[in-house]
Ligand binder design. Structure first.
Ligand code: FPP
Length: 243
């Protein structure tokens, strides 16, 4: 049984995944460069992570950088990479002290060595924590993840470790970056866009979705609570008929 605090909505989501969208627009509306919005967005990550235990959210997965985000200007990409490095350096102590276990998903090959070292270090330092599991999707794309998983699966078949007839719905997820995580219960996208943008496609097959207008830098713990309460009233049938 999960230890749900009394403040948590009854029947609320255990795994919440968030597409944090709207940083650029938030900054532009203020006449500031897009990176200003990303920095404001990073501060929201802290607030949301801190709210999780009180809401009964054990797993939080956030989309920080997609495999498609490399198409942005060099200035924005470099600024985001620098922001990720600074975030890790600045937040490591607070995350470890608050019992947060951090994992990264996505393909690391295009990331710079310094960032990869910081990611490895943060994962190692927080590996013993279990209060909240924060997964940061960085250079992540669902199709890329499935392609990488399939490649490894095919390798296991080619080398005799797996028989094709044994491949089923339980097999592929074991090769996904998320193999140690439960599937998301609730996927939230901020900023008014109703798209999933290549995020956790396999894992979210039966997730509930919330597309909200708030731009990510304006998103609050209170709003998250409201979405958890609303989730708790939904009737998840997983394809079955209610009896
Ligand atoms: C989408 O907004 C946001 C991103 C591509 C980056 C998300 C990153 C953060 C919130 C920064 C902090 C994250 C961590 C883990 C420190 P957008 O730029 O697409 O906004 P727009 O649609 O208004 O242009």
């Amino acid at each position: 049984m999960q230890d749900r605090p009394s403040s948590a909505p009854e029947g609320g989501p255990r795994h919440v995944a968030i597409i944090m969208d709207g940083n650029g627009r938030w900054a532009t509306m203020r006449g500031r460069p897009r990176l200003f919005g990303h920095h404001a967005g990073a501060r929201r990550v802290r607030e949301v992570v801190e709210a999780c235990p009180g809401l009964g959210i054990k797993y939080l997965t956030i989309f920080a950088f997609s495999t498609e985000n490399w198409k942005r200007t060099q200035t924005e990409v470099a600024g985001l990479m620098s922001l990720f490095r600074r975030y890790i350096v600045k937040e490591t102590r607070a995350l470890s002290q608050r019992g947060v276990r951090v994992r990264f998903i996505g393909d690391r090959v295009r990331l710079d060595a310094k960032l990869i070292a910081l990611m490895d270090d943060l994962e190692a330092v927080t590996a013993g924590n279990d209060r909240v599991h924060l997964t940061i999707a960085l250079n992540y794309g669902s199709r890329d993840e499935v392609a990488r998983a399939t490649k490894r699966l095919a390798q296991d078949v080619a080398e005799g470790r797996l028989r094709p007839e044994d491949v089923d719905e339980e097999t592929l997820p074991r090769y996904l970056d998320t193999h140690v995580l439960p599937d998301p219960d609730l996927v939230i996208r901020t900023s008014g866009e109703a798209r999933i943008s290549n995020f956790l496609l396999w894992q979210s097959a039966y997730a509930e979705y919330e597309f909200i207008d708030t731009l990510w830098p304006d998103f609050t713990a209170d709003e998250l609570r409201g979405l958890c309460v609303s989730y708790s009233t939904r009737d998840r049938r997983f394809g079955a008929v209610k009896t």
